[in-house]
Design a protein around this ligand. Structure first.
Ligand code: AHR
Length: 516
């Protein structure tokens, strides 16, 4: 028989494949705005994030201020909206006054958070001017570890005061007349962690933070404050109790409570690695419940949102030595499966867009980061691409998609859908985004996607990251093999829906249009 005839015979003889998953989208089922600050980032004085990353005085790649121009371009491409600084653990021992004024008179101090030396050549003015250059909102974390309330108050005075006060005058002497008007201030970092300099119990932290908030707001009442939520999920730690106390004591003063989560694939099993969404969802939902409880019955209460202000994959370079010696500098080389994890985090943030109003990838350059430099240049790690792509959905409305999918057993996390999904809607452009992570290590999943309100247009844009090798990485001179593919597709529409096959271990963003 001729090959064509065989094909035709097969096509009629075999039953059409039935989708095994279903995603149903209704643009009326709105969760909340995908806040632009979900695409925040974090730059800590740690390893080569600041020195040798953002900032490299004397480098041919730097401008006259010492900012690496190649890094700035990559940061722009990443779509960073808000930048947290100066730590992290570093913040809890940082004296901001060491980092202002003539550079050659600034002291070199030991950094006891990471066992390094801090030259103080990059300080408040350098950070804030960097943010201005990039059009990024600055977010400063105060020293609530070894620092004082008065230092925090004076820091706000230095950055935001317009009158001729002592610290505003110091700012002017240092070349900056106009206040920077820094709006976002963190009331310390991970103060619940025993590893933190100046670690406190929840009651002591709350007393400190309450008074710091009061003093800082006396300088500028328009600032937004982020309380240090718990990041200690280890055995014996009661993260829920910490968050409850902090929320009850600080309600009325704070605008956010922070959450931090790092994940890793220590078992070398991609399906359980990507099951971490269950923990992320749970931490957000429990904290949301605690926020509701803390605000219940209070009329016109100051709303509190969640700032997920540290998140990423971090495990290969995690260990005691980092805290004590700074030895490995947290220079994770990310692979393809880590890129998939970026989609998992964003899907969770989008599904909780009504309460998660800020998220900061930790960190920006070299240190657990999407951008990796040496003295000659940089390369983009595989995690860079999903971050940049999800960022295009900022300002959209997150939708509550219905998902039916084959499931798998994820150990203590119970059963999970193979398909981890979020969806957003841009009502002005009538664009519908469906973000799908297929966590299966082996199965492509044919899925029916249905739309409820308005007719889908047949033209679709597809963005996809897929690679056979989960462990594939990038390096200097070779950072193209894990880049996403994008293409246009004409959908075969049927009853306002279509079928789409999501490849095993892949991340896909479908951009659809709903006709007016
Ligand atoms: O991002 C690295 C470190 O992780 C931060 O300094 C700290 O806040 C967290 O433990």
């Amino acid at each position: 028989m001729k090959p064509l005839a065989t094909l035709l015979l097969l096509a009629f003889a075999l039953p059409a494949q039935v989708p095994e998953a279903r995603i149903k989208i209704d643009t009326d089922r709105r969760i909340g705005e995908v806040h632009p600050h979900l695409f925040g980032n974090f730059a800590e004085h740690l390893g080569r994030c600041i020195y040798g990353g953002i900032y490299e005085e004397g480098s041919p790649l730097a401008d006259e201020n010492g900012y690496r121009k190649d890094v700035m371009d990559a940061v722009r491409g990443l779509g960073v909206t808000i930048l947290r600084w100066p730590g992290g653990n570093f913040a809890s021992g940082y004296r901001w006054k060491d980092g202002v004024g003539p550079k050659d008179q600034r002291p070199v101090r030991p950094d006891h958070a990471w066992g390094d030396l801090e030259p103080n050549r990059f300080g408040t003015d350098e950070f804030l001017q960097y943010c201005e250059r990039l059009g990024v909102e600055p977010y400063i974390c105060i020293n609530a570890g070894l620092g004082t309330i008065d230092e925090a108050r004076e820091w706000v005075e230095y950055t935001n005061e317009s009158r001729r006060t002592y610290w505003a005058e110091q700012r002017r002497k240092n070349g900056r007349d106009k206040p920077y008007n820094v709006k976002y201030w963190g009331l310390g970092n991970e103060i619940d962690g025993p590893w933190q300099l100046g670690h406190k119990n929840a009651e002591d932290y709350a007393k400190f933070a309450l008074e710091a908030a009061k003093a800082m707001r006396r300088v500028d009442e328009s600032i937004k404050l982020i309380a240090s939520g718990s990041s200690n999920f280890g055995p014996g730690a009661d993260w829920i109790a910490w968050n409850r106390t902090v929320l009850e004591r600080l309600r009325g003063e704070i605008d956010y409570i922070s959450l931090h989560t790092y994940i890793g694939n220590r078992e070398n099993n991609v399906e359980s690695f990507l099951a971490a969404s269950a923990d992320i969802d749970q931490r957000i939902e429990i904290t949301e419940g605690l926020i509701r409880a803390a605000l219940a019955g209070r009329r016109a209460a100051r709303p509190i949102a969640i700032a997920f202000d540290e998140w990423n994959v971090w495990y290969r370079t995690m260990g005691r030595s980092e805290f004590e010696t700074g030895a490995t500098r947290l220079e994770e080389i990310y692979n393809f499966e880590d890129a998939l994890a970026m989609g998992m985090f964003f899907n969770s943030f989008f599904r909780h867009a009504h309460i998660v109003k800020m998220a900061n990838l930790a960190q920006l350059v070299n240190v657990i980061a999407p951008i990796f430099t040496n003295k000659e240049g940089l390369f983009l790690q595989p995690i860079y691409f999903p971050i940049a792509e999800y960022g295009k959905q900022k300002g959209n409305v997150a939708l509550d998609a219905l998902v039916e999918s084959p499931r798998y057993k994820a150990g203590p996390r119970g059963e999970l859908n193979y398909l981890d999904v979020s969806s957003t809607w841009d009502p002005k452009r009538r664009e519908l985004f469906v973000n799908v992570l297929n966590r299966s290590a082996t199965r492509d999943i044919l899925t029916r996607i249905e739309n409820v309100e308005g007719r889908l247009a047949p033209a679709a844009e597809i963005w996809q990251m897929y690679h056979d090798d989960l462990k594939a990485t990038h390096t200097f001179g070779d950072d193209r093999r894990l880049r996403p593919r994008t293409w246009q597709e004409t959908l075969k529409l049927e009853r306002n829906g279509f079928s789409y096959r999501f490849p095993k271990h892949s991340l896909t963003i479908l951009k659809l249009t709903v006709e007016p």
